[in-house]
Design a binder for this molecule. Structure first.
Ligand SMILES: Nc1ncnc2c1ncn2[C@@H]1O[C@H](COP(=O)(O)OP(=O)(O)OP(=O)(O)O)[C@@H](O)[C@H]1O
Ligand SMILES: [Mg+2]
Length: 470
């Protein structure tokens, strides 16, 4: 074989052509297939929607005039998709006004019929390149911000599903109930919901229902009129009003006193608050996000929580997985919090000793991410050397090292302490290549570029590794 393929078929960008003229559609498809893309063609917007619902496309090339729904309606529909495909509108000669309307509606480009094929190729390449750059920038932003998704770290399938659910629920105004064990990141989820919603520019107000004495909670939330009770000097806006237009996060909702539960239910029903001691009500537009680590079902059965309020809050429910359910995230979290400590302490502690690393990877973390973070902080504070050793960890974690001596299933320690812990160059290389490929989502061309080697070399290395893996 002399020339290696540019890309494998699965890596070629997918383009959907929507054009009712059979001959013209075939021409466009042939032209773009020759240019190295994967093509699908349909004759109307309904078929295009069905196609996009089952398979994502990098780019939609659609005629403006279609039987049934037109190209503009299809454009509108594609804007709701994630990831959103690029869109090029094909317009008839002399319809420049419509072309401009298409751009305004969010199309990336338009082409006027009869289409110059050279121009078509250029426009398609340009739009696809811009899309890819935008996706990359978004990803770098996330990484720079210290997390994958609004401060949340974790690439496990469970966390990816969580990010996805947040993105889908965020735009709605309905209440959300977040459940999950203590320390799993429920508050981060609440903040992400707010940040992903149209309310992002308005306030996010958090209140811990368990942390405020019952007598004060009502006036905290609803506000009070001047002189409503002894000690209430001036009038005070409640948090419901402060959060107007935004999100009110009711943490530890299971601890909310019964009287307050009743008021909250009313408020959710008619969107109005009556401050304590006031005669008038104030309208407010807040989205309620509540969280609890408790089984609300039990609280209801015990008569501590109103069932009707529960159903009202639980329009959407997000369960945050425990760390045990996403063990593959533990290594990245440990590295992340160690790095944070290193930065905070001017680089004193730099690494985990292999035995400590293994123990930390197998420990079950009943206190989830919060426990993991504080373990690392404590160890980094105590460690007398730049390396966190087994002795710097609490007994409950140390016990894991004895329970799993040299567990082969675990990743290699980040920085070894004895001869046999060092990896071979081939193993390090294989691991590094795998991470780069993960980063490029399997795109070998980009991976080769990052690695500074030719694609041929990369294919050869992967082939060799494949042989060793089996
Ligand atoms: N996926 C994550 N990535 C990075 N940090 C996280 C993640 N999840 C949680 N944390 C951190 O762990 C700590 C606990 O998270 P959070 O306060 O959101 O937990 P919680 O579920 O509200 O717990 P509780 O029920 O005890 O209130 C916080 O410091 C948070 O920043
Ligand atoms: Mg919390």
């Amino acid at each position: 074989m002399s020339a290696e393929p540019e890309t494998t078929p699965a890596e070629r960008p997918a383009i959907l052509v929507v054009e009712d003229d059979d001959g013209y559609r075939a021409l466009l498809i042939e032209e773009l297939e020759d240019a190295g893309y994967r093509l699908t063609g349909v004759a109307d917007a309904a078929a295009a929607r069905a196609e996009l619902a089952s398979r994502s496309a990098a780019l939609v090339l659609s005629d403006l005039r279609l039987p049934g729904e037109d190209g503009l309606a299809l454009l509108e529909a594609t804007r709701a998709l994630t990831p959103r495909p690029g869109f090029i509108m094909l317009t008839g000669f002399g319809t420049i006004r419509q072309a401009v309307a298409a751009l305004k509606a969010g199309a990336d480009d338009f082409l006027t019929k009869p289409i110059d094929l050279e121009h078509l190729r250029l426009a398609v390449a340009r739009v696809l390149e811009t899309r890819q750059l935008q996706a990359e920038v978004a990803r770098y932003r996330e990484v720079l911000a210290g997390g994958q998704f609004h401060g949340m770290l974790g690439k496990s399938p469970a966390m990816r599903a969580l990010y996805d659910l947040i993105r889908r629920i965020a735009p709605s105004d309905s209440s959300v109930l977040i459940t999950g064990e203590s320390g799993t990141g429920k508050e981060l989820v609440a903040r992400a919901l707010h940040a992903e919603s149209a309310r992002a520019a308005a306030p996010f107000v958090a209140v811990n229902c368990a942390g405020i004495p019952e007598a004060l909670l009502e006036s905290e939330l609803l506000g009070h009129a001047a002189g409503a009770f002894s000690g209430a000097r001036g009038a005070r806006k409640g948090l419901f009003v402060e959060a107007d237009g935004g999100t009110l996060f009711l943490d530890e909702i299971a601890e909310m006193p019964p009287a307050m539960q009743t008021r909250l239910l009313r408020l959710l029903q008619d969107g109005r608050v009556r401050p304590v001691g006031a005669n008038t009500e104030i309208g407010t537009d807040v989205r309620i996000v509540a969280a609890t680590h408790r089984e609300l079902g039990e609280r209801i059965a015990e008569g501590h929580f109103r069932e009707d309020l529960y159903y009202r809050l639980e329009t959407f429910r997000i369960h945050v997985p425990s760390l045990r359910e996403r063990g593959e995230d533990i290594a990245a979290l440990l590295q992340h919090f160690l790095l944070a400590q290193t930065a905070a302490r001017e680089g004193h502690v730099r690494r985990f000793a292999p035995a400590a690393w293994r123990a930390l990877l197998s420990y079950p973390y009943p206190g989830n991410v919060r426990e993991l973070a504080s373990l690392v902080e404590r160890a980094a504070t105590l460690a007398p050397t730049p390396e966190i050793g087994l002795d710097d960890l609490p007994e409950r974690v140390r016990a894991e090292a004895d329970a799993h001596p040299r567990s082969g299933a675990l990743a290699a320690p980040p920085l070894p302490g004895s001869d046999e812990d060092w990896e071979t160059l081939a193993a390090v290389e294989a691991r590094y290549i795998r991470s780069v490929l993960e980063w490029t989502e399997g795109n070998k061309q980009r991976a080769a570029k990052i690695l500074g080697i030719g694609r041929k070399t990369l294919y050869r290395k992967l082939e060799e590794q494949g042989r060793h893996d089996t």
